[in-house]
Design a binder for this molecule. Structure first.
Ligand code: AR6
Length: 300
C-alpha cells in the first residue's frame, strides 16, 4: 500500500497501490511530500472469523441499508471502516496505462507465441482498445476500494469466514452479516447481492467458488457476479481471486478461466461496465495476471 501525506490537509490519504514490493504514486501526488507507513489494518486480517455475538443484533438491516444507500458520497466517506485509506477509481490505472508502467517486466514474463497458440487452441483474441480500458489490476486490499461493488469469495452459508470473506465482513460491520443471514445461503457457482454498509463499495456481490479445480463452476461465479452487476446497474466492480485461497483452486488454472469469461462478459455488455478490476493480493497472482492479461486483452 502506498500512502501519501497530503500537505493541504492534516490527514493521510491512500493513493496508489503496492506493486512488486515497491511503492508507486500518481505523478501529481508524487510531487508532494510523501510519507510511508504501515496501514492500520492487517491486510489479510481477514483470518479473524466474524464474531457470533453480532447475530444478537437483530435490528433490521433494511433501515440501515436504505440509509447508507441514500447518503451522499461525503457522508458515506465519513463512516468508511478504512477511514481515509480508501482508493478511488482515479488511482487505479486502466490496463493499457498499467502495461506502459510495467512493460519491461510484463514483456519479460510473456508466454511464447507457440505456448499461447497451444493454450488458445488456435483462436486469437483481437486488440480492442475500448475493452482494454475497462479492465484494471489493483494490488492490495479489496475492502479499501470505492467502487460500485466488490465481490466476496464467500462460503455457501454466507455467514462470513476467513480470507477475503472475513476482511469484507469485518470492514462492512454487523449489518452485512445480518443481511446475509436473510438470504438463505448461496449455492456454489451462484451469486447474491447485499449492501456494502461501512465499506467504500456500495454493494457486495457474494459468490461461492468451487473447492478445487472445477473450471465450469469458477466461470459461473464470475458470470453470475457480472450478471448481477448488470441487473443492478453497477458499473465498477472488483474481484478477488476467487477460490484460489482456502478453496485450493490452482492459481495458474484460475487465471486462464477468469480472463476469458470476463472478456466474454465485457463483449456482451460493452456499455454496462466502466471498469472491472482484478484485485490481487499475492505475488503469485500478480505474476500470473501480468503474464496472461496480454494474451486475453492484447494491446498490440
Ligand atoms: N483483499 C483482496 N484479496 C484478498 C484479501 C483482501 N483483503 N484477503 C485475502 N485475499 P480466500 P477462497 C485473497 O481464501 O479460496 C473463506 O473462509 C487471497 O490471498 O479468501 O474462495 C470463505 O468463508 C486469495 O488470493 O477465498 C470460504 O469458506 C483470494 O483472496 C473460503 O474462505 C481468495 O482467498 C473461500 O475460499
Amino acid at each position: 500500500m502506498a500512502f501519501v501525506y497530503n500537505l493541504s490537509s492534516s490527514r493521510p490519504v491512500l493513493r496508489g497501490s503496492l506493486t512488486y514490493g515497491a511503492y508507486f504514486f500518481p505523478s501529481e501526488a508524487s510531487r508532494v511530500s510523501q510519507l510511508l507507513w504501515e496501514p492500520p489494518w492487517k491486510p489479510c486480517g481477514a483470518a479473524r472469523p466474524v464474531s457470533r455475538c453480532v447475530t444478537l443484533k437483530m435490528a433490521g438491516f433494511q433501515d440501515e441499508k436504505r440509509r447508507k444507500l441514500s447518503q451522499s458520497l461525503e457522508e458515506r466517506r465519513r463512516r468508511y471502516a478504512c477511514g481515509d485509506y480508501y482508493v478511488t477509481l482515479d488511482y487505479i490505472f486502466p490496463w493499457p496505462d498499467h502495461y506502459k508502467k510495467y512493460a519491461d517486466k510484463i514483456d519479460r514474463e510473456a508466454p511464447s507465441v507457440s505456448n499461447v497458440t497451444k493454450m488458445l487452441e488456435g483462436s486469437i483474441y483481437k486488440v480492442d482498445p475500448e475493452l482494454n480500458k475497462k479492465v484494471s489490476v489493483f494490488i492490495g486490499d479489496i475492502t479499501t476500494l470505492e467502487v460500485d461493488a466488490i465481490v466476496n469469495a464467500a462460503n455457501s452459508s454466507l455467514r462470513g469466514g476467513g480470507g477475503v470473506d472475513g476482511a469484507i465482513h469485518k470492514a462492512a460491520g454487523w449489518t452485512l452479516l445480518n443481511e446475509c443471514q436473510s438470504l438463505g445461503g448461496c449455492n456454489t457457482g451462484e451469486a447474491k447481492i447485499t449492501g456494502g454498509y461501512n465499506l467504500p463499495a456500495r454493494y457486495v456481490i457474494h459468490t461461492v467458488g468451487p473447492m478445487g479445480e472445477l473450471p465450469a463452476v469458477l466461470e459461473s461465479c464470475y458470470r453470475r457476479a457480472l450478471q448481477l452487476a448488470v441487473e443492478n446497474n453497477l458499473r465498477t466492480i472488483a474481484f478477488p481471486c476467487i477460490s484460489t485461497g482456502v478453496y485450493g483452486y490452482p492459481n495458474d488454472a484460475a487465471v486462464k478461466v477468469v480472463l476469458p469469461i470476463v472478456r466474454t462478459m465485457l463483449e456482451a455488455h460493452p456499455r454496462q461496465f466502466d471498469r472491472i478490476i482484478f484485485c490481487l493480493f499475492l505475488n503469485v497472482d500478480i505474476d500470473l495476471y501480468h503474464r496472461y492479461l496480454p494474451v486475453f486483452f492484447p494491446l498490440k
